[in-house]
Design a protein around this ligand. Structure first.
Ligand code: AR6
Length: 177
């Protein structure tokens, strides 16, 4: 295991139950909630998260694909939620890879800028947005390990996998890294 993968833990389960400084949400450009992990985070965190999203909407009109914004985590154990918008998989000809890389990078950057030491990610875009899981897993590990090489604020990155396929794929990659 390399120095950087020491800071990465792969977890199977529900991200709303994880105790870290910041939880990442796989949101949509409206920031107004949805299904999947987005629905779970808003349900568990309560209305304060939506209020935070509405304030961002009023200021900057939503969140573009690949970008990230930060709000309170409401009733969750985390201090913050970072909402990032993953790309919808459309065969790979629409810069989906670069956009997913940006999601991970911008979420990590925003976490470090806000003094967070621990962060939890879901497998962004691999549900409703249909991004191929193996490719998404490779992108997540590549961007996270590269970021950790340059950053000393974050000491713990948890990748929280809800389904067996993602858990297996991400684990394999972390062991090989
Ligand atoms: N904890 C951790 N991971 C979860 C949870 C959970 N509680 N629930 C689902 N997942 P998805 P996307 C996993 O569909 O593909 C929303 O409607 C799930 O198994 O949540 O980025 C948004 O508003 C999958 O591996 O997000 C957008 O409209 C991963 O989280 C759209 O879905 C991502 O699945 C975003 O689609």
């Amino acid at each position: 295991m390399s120095h950087n993968t020491d800071k990465i833990t792969v977890v199977k389960g529900d991200i709303t139950k994880i105790t870290v400084d910041v939880i990442v949400n796989a949101a949509n450009t409206s920031l107004l909630g949805g299904g999947g992990v987005d629905g779970a985070i808003h349900r568990a965190g309560g209305p304060e998260i939506l209020e935070g999203c509405r304030n961002i909407l009023a200021k900057q009109g939503g969140c573009k694909v690949g970008e990230a914004v930060i709000t309170t985590a409401g009733k969750l154990a985390a201090k913050y939620v970072i909402h990032t918008v993953g790309p919808v998989w459309n065969g790979g000809k629409n810069h989906e890879i670069e956009k997913l890389e940006s999601c991970y990078y911008n979420a990590l950057r925003l976490a470090a800028e806000n003094g967070c030491r621990s962060i939890a990610f879901p497998n962004i875009s691999t549900g409703i947005y249909r991004f191929p899981k193996e490719l998404a897993a490779q992108i997540s590990i590549r961007v996270i390990t590269q970021f950790l090489m340059a950053d000393t604020t974050l000491t713990q990155v948890k990748i929280v996998c809800f389904d067996d396929d993602n858990f297996r794929l991400v684990n394999q990659l972390v062991m090989q890294a």
